[in-house]
Every structure is written in structure tokens, then in C-alpha cells.
Design a protein around this ligand. Structure first.
Ligand code: SAH
Length: 407
């Protein structure tokens, strides 16, 4: 076993159970006999020791500033049943908080560090789990992880692996990055058309061609809030993707719902989803358009809404992009606020991990001030309970939102 020895005092954060070891904290590395000099292999399980030789934990080696992501703290190495145990625990949490139901078979099963599995994401859609590895260590374990998912989650019969966009870009990776690892579904699905339920609404989930794992589960609770306020309202769902917010607004009795996304494929999916759940609906339109252009055009036509939802993609993917991202949030929010009728609501979100709550709130308030509208915060929103945050790893908090009353 390769051992990573830390510099003096650098054990502190690990003793507090922070799951990352930064490369700057490492004093030396003792490679095991399989290596011919150099560094540990990317993805290798290594043991981490303090300067005084105490074993602090075990984790996957990575190339980059985060050198080790800890899987297990303490002196004992992960045992044979490690994957089943961790995944079984994650499943029990979802079950206990009421997410596993007949009318709700869509939930995030594993949320990386938040579930003690750094670098791993697993979303469940009916009988299929979609799994993404963000580290080479998780990639190397993919078969064992998939087997553990099928063993621990009664509803799951297939595991689709989708890591072509998530694995470290420069890593040398052997083995398939995409495809079914396990598939024991008895009835093969015609035309690969998969449906899953969220709070009783049916969504077509296209993990083969869709973004991320195929669906954004992280807005479930916030969509319910839109449903609560939608009755009789004109609603604009901007950045709609598969139309999550639109379906909830329709069920809530909205007078009219407009869904907009720049992707034609997304717009097709929204239409399929609306037709499946509300075959009679005549009060929904879906448009493929750029958000900024659409808002400018509608404003020129004098269009206004009671409720606007803004759920853009992460404007800041890295820390250095935060300033520009904040300008982007201010611009899009200003355009939206201008189009909200008196006494209307803005549901506005940021999923950029690098943009914190305060900075986002300031950007949104600046937007309101810029267009001369008075607003008050009715709700402060965040990621839901199946996207837990490890208390020793606050970096896991990424989704934030505000519901503003616009005077
Ligand atoms: N609200 C969605 C998730 C949004 S993800 C849900 O509840 O599922 C962000 C979406 O923004 C993606 O579907 C992407 O296609 C779209 N998008 C990205 N840039 C855009 C732009 N400039 N104008 C409109 N949509 C855009």
C-alpha cells in the first residue's frame, strides 16, 4: 500500500473529517513495491499518515491540487463490503425521508462528499440508476459500485455509466466511460423511451443524449413551491430544460405557461412531457430561444408575467469567472424583473458553486435597483435533501435561490 505522509500540523483538517488532502500538505510519499518511482497511480487507493505516523484515513489519489479524496477516516482500510455499506446507507436516508414512493421514483441516491463518497454521483430513475464518476478512483471502482447499487436498491435493475464529461480531462483512463455496466431489466425498453415520476408527474428522461444524468433532480422542492403559487397566473419558465417547473405550474392551475430554452432538444422534451401529463392543455407554449434575446423581444412587445423562473446554467464554472458571472446574473435578473407585473414573483437561481449566497443576493438586488423596482425576499431556497452537504465540507453547497415579491 502506498502511504502519503503529511507535513507537521497538516493533519488538522483530516482530524476534523474534511475529506480532501491538498498537495501542499504532503511531505513525502512512500510508494509500494508495484511502482517504479514517480507518483502514485491516479485513482490508486492510498493510506494517509500524519507526520508522527498515525494513520488518518484512506482515499483515492488524484493528480492536481486536491491530491487525495478520503473514502474512510481512521486506521482501518475500507473492507470488502465498503461499497454496499455506503450505498446502502445512502439509500436508507432517501427512504427514511420519504423520497422512495410509487409516485416518486426519481431521486439522487449518492451526492459525492455529502454521502461520504467523494467523486461519485448516482441518480435513480425508476428501474435505472445513472452514475457519474468525477475521479479516476471512482472510475476504477465502477463495476463494484454498480453491483452494490443493484444489490442495495430494490427498484434498480440497470446501471448506466456516464462519465465522458465528468472525469478529469487530462487523466489517462482505461476502460469505457459510457454504457450500461449492469442491465437485468426484463422488458427492454422500446425506442429507449424511459419515463420516471417526480411527485406524481411523469418525465421522459433521456440519459443517453440529455444533459448531465438526464434530468435536474435538484429543483424538486422548488418546483413544488412554484406549484403552490401558480393558480391563475401567467408564468414564464426561462432555462426550462425538460420543463420541470412548467409541469408543476400547470398542475398548480396556472393560466398560461411559456417555457423557453436555447436547446431545441430540450424544447422537444418539454412538449413531450406536457403532452403526457396534460394532454388537453392549450395554455402551454415552448420556444427555443436565447434567454437574453427572448426577454428583450418580449419586452419590446409589452409582454409581462405574474411569475418568472430563472434557472440558468452555472455562469461561473471556476473562481476566476465569478466577477463576470455576477454581471451575468445581474443582467438576466434585471431583464426579468422589468417584465414582472406589480405584485408578481421572481424565482431566481444560481447553481454556480463558486458564487456564494451573499454575492448572488447582491447581484439580484442590484438588478432590481437598476430597473427601479422594489422587491422583498419571500423565500431563500437551496438544494434539496437528497443533495446533502457534508458538514465538514461546506464546498458541497451549490444551489441557491430567492423568491422575490416584486412591487
Ligand atoms: N430549470 C431546468 C434546468 C435548467 S439547466 C429544470 O428544472 O430542469 C439550464 C438550461 O439552460 C439548459 O437546458 C440549457 O440548454 C439552457 N441554456 C443555456 N444557455 C441558455 C441561453 N443563453 N438561453 C436560454 N437557455 C439557455
Amino acid at each position: 500500500m502506498t502511504t502519503v505522509c503529511l507535513k507537521a500540523k497538516k493533519e488538522q483538517s483530516l482530524l476534523r473529517q474534511h475529506p480532501w488532502v491538498f498537495s501542499g500538505a504532503i511531505e513525502r510519499i512512500v510508494l509500494d513495491a508495484d511502482h517504479q518511482g514517480g507518483e502514485p497511480y491516479e485513482g490508486e487507493l492510498v493510506c494517509v499518515e500524519s507526520k508522527s505516523g498515525d494513520v488518518l484515513g484512506w482515499g483515492h489519489w488524484q493528480v492536481g491540487s486536491i491530491a487525495v479524496r478520503i473514502l474512510q477516516f481512521g486506521a482501518e482500510a475500507p473492507a470488502e463490503g465498503f461499497w454496499r455499506e455506503r450505498i446502502g446507507e445512502a439509500y436508507k436516508v432517501r427512504e427514511a425521508i420519504g423520497l422512495v414512493r410509487k409516485d416518486n421514483d426519481t431521486y439522487r441516491l449518492v451526492h459525492g462528499e455529502g454521502d461520504g463518497l467523494p467523486g461519485l454521483i448516482v441518480d435513480v430513475y425508476a428501474d435505472t440508476a445513472v452514475m457519474q464518476a468525477h475521479s479516476v478512483g471512482m472510475h476504477l471502482e465502477r463495476v463494484r459500485i454498480a453491483e452494490a447499487i443493484v444489490a442495495e436498491v430494490p427498484q434498480v435493475e440497470a446501471v448506466y455509466y456516464k462519465s465522458d464529461d465528468t472525469l478529469p480531462f487530462k487523466a489517462k483512463i482505461d476502460g469505457e466511460k459510457v454504457g450500461y455496466i449492469v442491465d437485468s431489466r426484463k422488458s427492454k425498453v422500446e425506442n429507449e423511451e424511459f419515463w420516471a415520476k417526480e411527485n406524481g408527474l411523469e418525465f421522459r428522461i433521456d440519459w443517453l443524449r440529455g444533459q448531465k444524468t438526464g434530468f435536474f433532480i435538484d429543483q424538486r422542492e422548488n418546483r413544488s413551491l412554484v406549484e403552490r403559487y401558480a393558480k391563475g397566473k401567467d408564468v414564464l419558465n426561462m432555462f426550462c430544460y425538460t420543463g420541470g417547473f412548467s409541469l408543476y405550474a400547470l398542475r398548480g392551475g396556472a393560466k398560461r405557461v411559456d417555457s423557453v430554452d436555447v436547446s431545441e432538444k430540450a424544447v422537444d422534451l418539454v412538449e413531450v412531457n406536457v403532452a403526457r401529463n396534460f394532454p388537453e392543455a392549450k395554455n402551454h407554449t415552448a420556444v427555443a430561444a436565447d434567454a437574453f434575446e427572448y426577454l428583450s423581444k418580449m419586452r419590446a412587445q409589452g409582454r409581462t408575467y405574474n411569475i418568472i423562473i430563472l434557472d440558468p446554467p452555472a455562469f461561473a464554472k471556476h473562481r476566476d469567472a465569478v466577477k463576470n458571472a455576477l454581471r451575468g446574473y445581474q443582467r438576466i435578473n434585471a431583464k426579468a424583473i422589468e417584465m414582472i407585473r406589480e405584485g408578481g414573483l421572481l424565482f431566481t437561481f444560481s447553481c454556480s458553486q463558486a458564487v456564494d449566497k451573499e454575492a448572488f443576493r447582491l447581484a439580484v438586488f442590484s438588478a432590481a435597483a437598476q430597473v427601479g423596482r422594489k422587491v422583498r425576499i419571500l423565500h431563500q431556497l437551496h438544494q434539496p435533501q437528497d443533495h446533502p452537504i457534508n458538514i465538514y465540507h461546506p464546498e458541497g453547497e451549490y444551489l441557491k435561490g430567492l423568491v422575490l415579491w416584486v412591487e
